[in-house]
Design a protein around this ligand. Structure first.
Ligand code: URP
Ligand code: ZN
Ligand code: ZN
Length: 653
């Protein structure tokens, strides 16, 4: 029996060994080349295999990581357990006993992927893209095929794009985007932009939410005369969003002031790309962010601030999220509990260790009560302390910590962060990769092509802002990373050679996001690997969890395998986007997505893409995410606190 078992297992191994297909060029759908034409990359269909066994890796979810194998069938994750190979074998062996034919059937279509020493994580979800978006009489060059192909090559398996209405009409806008998205090769969803508000728009918003699966609406506070809305419209929109359980999103820059800033620059003779940054400084982003937050607070509805690019905007979000005495008291209690738990793991006779715990508790209270701008960094301090303590416990402890203990420490840390993220006003802040890792210096480059490729709005800020945004991402003030991928090639960017106002706005990132966030945030020790999953696959905000963003039985099989020991290098020659420049040109880093699986199919492996236009699915997103829970109770207590209207006696004299 044992002999038979080993023989069968060897045969099984032999049978399932993967033979990679011929390697082909990375270049994918260059500008002006259509899908299927020569030069539009590989269109070899993904393997027909619908059964995958990913073995030997560390499976990482947003709140947990474990050594486990992952078994996938027909696009769905079926099992996540250690040693699935044996389980599969047993299952298969039982089938074999039934019929010999099943040996071949099972053996032929299970692909085994060895992930030993690598991380097996949910595919990235990019919450902010603009594929084939029309702007300044042109269209961004990555469409729903080339942009998505680039995404898959970089480990992103779903994105949410912004539908732009046609003359204010949501239904007309959606029709246009449904057409654009027909060539999709990965799953996607939509946010809807609102540019005007009347009864028809109000009714259409309901249709979008209830019938079309759109659960978020975006309001531009900038781009005067094109997309910008005023406060009156924003208020109407916020109210409607609240009633529908849809998330209101804002592009937060003061569009009137930007218009003024642009005139000022032109009058000063500053017409180059640097004029773009100078015309819309951080304070205009801070002002609009604060205004939007306050209006959302007034309506009592959640708010999502897209592309947070400056300290000014980030601090407004920090202030809103930490507001409330409840926050201070409860987060202290959490910290107290955390430090006690960690103290348990340490050497209790160690006096300096005990002193450290007591001092940090005092420090915590002090930080919590300091008024003014230092208080804005309070959440950062929470994160710092909660990150410091586990490390110190490891150093101080005289015995090796078991896997279970480590797990408890990690859970304590992430629970504290989780808690500090969910108190105060319900504001979600989204940094984008360009804001996290770049600075504005290249906008002053003497070469127009180089400088103009960095033009986006809000602008990439002076050095210092990026580092602060990274800190805010690590401590939970900002929640998830987008890209705002919206690429125009150097010919299109040159429309603004004499006037920065005519340079189409936008930078790349859909392919680079997963690598850059890993390298910048995880490799540097700023966030944990579980946090990486949370910030790159939308942290439940768009209500797709656990279908998306998780590796658990029943979830869609959108999976990446990241090798933390491999390196990546970014350049326009080898990227898969259609654009001819790359704002991350020459960047190298650690951690490489070696395999991308989308909908249960291996679409990226051995640096080779295998994608098919039309294979991507539209993902409907339901309203009333967790951000809405309890709002009705808050409204009720607000109404009962009013003590109004006051019943007054009418004077009869
Ligand atoms: O420059 C940018 N961000 N372009 C895309 C449109 C937007 O504002 O999100
Ligand atoms: Zn925007
Ligand atoms: Zn955008």
């Amino acid at each position: 029996m044992t002999y038979h078992f080993s023989l069968s297992l060897s045969l099984y191994l032999l049978l399932f060994t993967y033979f990679p297909s011929n390697s082909q060029s990375n270049q994918f759908c260059k500008t002006d080349i259509g899908i299927g034409e020569v030069g539009c990359g590989i269109l070899s269909p993904p393997s027909s295999t619908t059964k995958l066994l990913i073995k030997g890796g560390t499976v990482v979810n947003a709140h947990h990581q474990e050594f486990a194998d992952v078994y996938v069938e027909d696009g769905i994750i079926v099992a996540v357990e250690p040693n699935l190979r044996e389980l599969c074998y047993v299952r298969f062996f039982a089938e074999l006993a039934e019929s010999n034919a099943k040996w071949n059937k099972v053996g032929d279509d299970v692909k085994v992927i060895d992930a030993t020493g690598k991380y097996v994580m949910p595919g990235g979800i990019d919450p902010h893209t603009h594929l084939a978006m029309e702007a300044l009489n042109t269209e961004s060059v990555d469409d729903f095929f080339s942009g998505q192909a680039a995404a898959l090559a970089g480990g992103t398996t779903m994105h949410i794009d912004f539908v732009i209405p046609v003359n204010g009409s949501l239904t007309a806008g959606l029709e246009v985007y449904e057409e654009k998205a027909k060539k999709s090769c990965m799953d996607y969803g939509f946010h809807m932009v609102i540019t005007k508000f009347d009864d028809i728009v109000s009714r259409d918003m309901e249709i979008m939410v209830k019938e079309k699966g759109i659960n978020s609406f975006k309001f531009f506070l900038a781009y005067k005369g094109v997309l910008m809305v005023n406060d009156e419209l924003l208020l109407e929109g916020l109210k409607r969003c609240k009633s529908l359980g849809a998330l209101a999103m804002v592009h937060a820059e003061n569009g009137d002031a930007v218009f003024e800033g642009q005139k000022r620059m032109i009058q000063l003779g500053i017409t180059g790309p640097e004029g773009h940054a100078l015309s819309r400084p951080p304070l205009l982003e801070g002002e609009a962010t604060a205004r939007a937050i306050r209006l959302a607070g007034f309506v009592n509805t959640p708010l999502y601030v897209v592309h947070v690019m400056s300290i000014d905007a980030m601090e407004e979000i920090a202030r809103a999220r930490k507001s409330g005495l409840l926050y201070l008291i409860s987060s202290f209690l959490f910290y107290y509990w955390l430090s006690s738990t960690i103290y348990e793991f340490g050497n209790k006779d160690d006096v300096p260790f005990k002193a450290f715990i007591v001092t940090t508790r005092l420090l915590y209270v002090l930080l919590a009560v300091v008024p003014g701008s230092v208080a804005n960094y309070f959440p950062k301090c929470v994160a710092l302390l909660s990150s410091l303590l586990p490390s110190l416990a490891f150093i101080k402890t005289s015995r090796n910590l078991s896997y279970g203990t480590l797990n408890r420490v990690v859970k304590c840390t992430s629970t504290t962060r989780f808690y500090s993220r969910h108190i105060g006003q319900r504001v979600v802040g989204e940094p984008v990769v360009s804001g996290l890792v770049l600075d504005d210096s290249r906008l002053w480059d003497s070469d127009f092509t180089t400088a103009s490729k960095y033009v986006m709005s809000p602008p990439i800020r002076a050095s210092g802002h990026g580092k602060a945004l990274q800190g805010a991402l690590s401590n939970g003030v900002l929640q998830l990373v987008g890209t705002d991928h919206c690429v125009f090639n150097s010919t299109q960017k040159a429309f603004g050679i004499d006037d920065f106002r005519k340079i189409p706005n936008g930078v790349n990132g859909i392919e680079e996001r997963m690598h850059l966030v890993w390298d910048t945030m995880v490799e540097s020790g700023q966030i944990s690997i579980t946090d990486y999953v949370r910030v790159t696959s939308t942290e439940w905000i768009f209500n797709m969890y656990p279908r998306k963003g998780a590796i658990i039985p029943g979830s869609d099989a959108d999976i990446i395998i990241l090798n933390p020991h491999s390196t990546f290098e970014i350049n326009a020659r080898s990227h898969h986007s259609r654009t001819d420049t790359n704002v991350y040109e020459g960047r190298r880093g650690k951690g490489k997505v070696e395999v991308t699986i989308a909908g249960g199919r291996v679409v990226w492996e051995n640096n080779e893409l295998k994608v098919v236009p039309g294979s991507g699915k539209y993902i409907k997103m339901a309203p009333f995410s967790y951000l809405f829970s309890g709002l009705d109770r808050a409204d009720a207590s607000y109404l009962s606190s009013l003590n109004a209207p006051v019943n007054r006696f009418k004077s009869t004299t």
